[in-house]
Design a protein around this ligand. Structure first.
Ligand code: NAP
Length: 307
């Protein structure tokens, strides 16, 4: 793989940035990668594990001379970071981010950037429930989607192509989307499901007091998956819901209506409604497998969990 940028700066050194660093190094996509994290503890950890060629004590020092700067902080922190680094950005550099919400990040970041830099937001659809600099790994983006969301119609095509090459070099499949469409799609596929998982685990925790840990002891795959999702970083997800408010509320509204309909069917003994509904959702799952987007293996091919 050939080098895509001479120097890349990663601001924020958690799961997403550290995985980017290892994937960039794996494929030799940059001459040098600098990094910055807010707390001294995170910077020390990064230095100890060899994360980044150079870990800097300020964001400004990290971005100086960088051809690509990637903001890898929680969505709610993007604006403050953009404001801080704006005066030292190299002319002609590209600024990108990895935030899970795009419209609010564009609104928060774009006004602070000088005219002589390109702003090309992106969102890798890959992650785990772990966070911090030690949670990253080079394979995180392999065969996963990264959505590039150009901030405006006049975004330099060359800057977009280069960023695309970087994500492809890190193993991702790249697609392009408008910010509002991205936020709606992600509200359906990721944001609302996370909120439902958080809620379900909260409800089960209440019950646990009654059933004396049976909820955990006998948790089958469905609930186990909820607990994994509900272990995701609280700061990140607080920011996602506060910044993708409209799309998430729209999807939750629809979800609640469907849930009420199912609730009514259970109460009135309307087995036909339940059967038809589940037949329909089962067909959706089959469609996903036929489209080659997921495995057909039982429980996603995971082995039997240790008890
Ligand atoms: P993470 O592991 O929690 O790391 C976040 C990093 O941001 C840490 O280095 C943290 O520094 C820094 N940070 C936090 N608040 C900050 C602030 N106010 N100012 C400056 N730096 C701050 O998070 P992550 O999972 O890598 O997520 C980073 C971004 O990627 C988020 O915008 C998220 O929406 C997006 N994303 C996440 C996933 C996922 O599944 N995790 C997937 C796709 C996209 P300290 O350690 O010093 O506090």
């Amino acid at each position: 793989m050939t080098q895509v940028y001479d120097r890349i700066a990663l601001i924020g050194l958690g799961l997403i940035a550290s995985s980017m660093y290892w994937a960039i190094k794996r494929a030799g996509l940059a001459g040098e990668v600098t990094g910055y994290a807010r707390s001294e503890g995170t910077r020390d950890t990064a230095r100890n594990i060899g994360l980044c060629d150079r870990v800097c004590d300020t964001a400004r020092e990290a971005v100086e001379g960088a051809d690509l700067v990637v903001l890898c902080v929680p969505v709610g922190a993007m604006e403050q970071v953009a404001q801080d680094i704006a005066p030292v950005l190299k002319a002609g550099a590209t600024v990108s981010d990895v935030g899970s919400v795009k419209r609010s990040v564009i609104s928060a970041v774009a006004p602070h950037l000088p005219d002589n830099v390109h702003f090309v937001p992106a969102h890798p659809l890959a992650g785990t429930e772990h966070s911090g600099p030690e949670s990253g790994f080079a394979e995180l983006y392999d065969n996963r989607w990264c959505i590039i969301v150009p901030a405006g119609g006049d975004t330099d095509p060359e800057a977009v192509t280069r960023l695309r090459s970087l994500w492809e070099g890190m193993g991702a499949n790249v697609d392009q989307m408008d910010a509002d469409h991205h936020d709606l799609v992600l509200a359906v596929t990721s944001h609302a499901p996370h909120l439902i998982a958080y809620t379900m685990v909260g409800v089960a925790d209440d019950l646990r007091r009654v059933t004396d840990s049976e909820v955990i002891k006998y948790s089958a795959a469905g609930f186990r998956d909820f607990t994994r999702i509900a272990a995701s970083d609280p700061t990140m997800w607080r920011d996602v819901f506060l910044t993708n408010k409209d799309a998430t509320l729209e999807i939750l509204g629809r979800f609640t209506e469907e849930l009420f309909a199912l609730q009514r069917a259970i109460r009135t003994g309307d087995g036909d409604h339940l059967f038809d509904y589940f037949t329909h959702t089962r067909a959706i799952r089959r469609g996903i497998i036929e489209a080659g987007q997921d495995t057909d293996a039982p429980d996603f091919g995971r082995g039997v969990p240790k008890t």
